[in-house]
Design a protein around this ligand. Sequence first.
Ligand SMILES: Cc1cc2nc3c(=O)[nH]c(=O)nc-3n(C[C@H](O)[C@H](O)[C@H](O)COP(=O)(O)OP(=O)(O)OC[C@H]3O[C@@H](n4cnc5c(N)ncnc54)[C@H](O)[C@@H]3O)c2cc1C
Length: 374
Amino acid sequence: MNFEAKPHETTRHIVLVGAGHAHVEALRRFRLRPEPSVRITLVTRDPETPYSGMVPGYVAGHYARSDTNIRADRLVDFAGCTALFADAVGLDAGGRRVLLENGRSVSGDLISVDVGAVTDTSDAPRNNGLLVSVKPMDEFEKFWPMVEQRMKSESGIQIAVVGAGAAGVELALAIRYRLDQMNAGTDKRAGVVLVERDARILKGFPDTVLNRLTRILSRKGIEIQTNFRAFDDERAPGRFGILIWAAGVSPASWLASSGLAFDADGFIAVNRHLQSISHPAVFAAGDAAGMVETPRSKSGVMAVRQGPVLAENLLRSVRGLPLKSFSPQKEWLSLISTGERYAVASRGRWSAEGRWVWYWKNWLDRRFMDRFSV
Ligand SMILES: Cc1cc2nc3c(=O)[nH]c(=O)nc-3n(C[C@H](O)[C@H](O)[C@H](O)COP(=O)(O)OP(=O)(O)OC[C@H]3O[C@@H](n4cnc5c(N)ncnc54)[C@H](O)[C@@H]3O)c2cc1C
């Protein structure tokens, strides 16, 4: 079955692919400002989509999975849009058609892509334990109960978190906390190791943040191994029961044959209007997009901020109006939780830590989730 935009229709059809952070924000905008002449279809894998800021809290056991998930299905209903819960497996950018699993397809006047990214595990050793990618995050969340089961059943388990960016550090601390909670401190041999290829963890963060988190990691007994190369040696004996892979992101492979222009890392190259530089009828946001004029590191914060501009530009584009520019900030607030109800905050060179930071983060995260409750 194909879902075609009928040629005689005067309404315009916008197809949103993926319920990423920018698209859920865009759907919220469409809900607040309904457009009668525009039909919107969301194509996404699942009726729910995780909010990244709360995922480490889910791993630590502070939140249930339902606390951390945005109900895209309800948002779509409320915005008067249509949802197709299916995996996109291809995109024909020139034909403005999204190919779905089982040979179906959906086409529109405009296509917007916000499908996130995937963890690049091409460097992962095959002779070690259970390999778990942190992205796609929806799959990581679904898989997590199985990981917990293994943590519970294998005494003295060694867990490596690979990639010591903010997400890797936060996950290592959350896992350490969860291990302690699950075993009530009885399995003293269970260990967490944070491994990093570079000479320094938390690349891009100032020394004050590095010092705070290094101290916390060491206090929790998390071993830090920088300049880590042991995985390169295929003969290295399997030391870890679980490998949480948080290093490196790649674009979804099915976008490669779309005909779109990509940035140097293979993400959809977009201009300051979040519009493909090769195909004006295609927009992209979140991790899937590479902002060629104003490159920034990939983050949920950036995707959320893109949402309102993306929504506005999709509507302006169908009406033939000039598009708005997205001006990304150079620095923003970062809140890294440390397992127990404690967190480190930073923005530029300023930083702070404490239980109050965790409660502040929790308040901000819950307030963010409330925006999507319908
Ligand atoms: C552990 C962890 C913690 C993080 N914490 C933070 C944080 O505190 N703050 C921050 O700013 N960033 C954080 N990040 C980064 C953040 O997760 C990402 O940058 C953010 O999720 C990107 O959002 P997105 O809109 O690109 O897409 P995503 O949030 O990844 O969503 C993609 C959506 O598309 C759907 N989808 C994917 N593929 C398909 C397909 N083929 N067909 C149909 N649907 C599809 C998925 O089901 C999902 O709904 C964290 C990352 C990790 C791993």
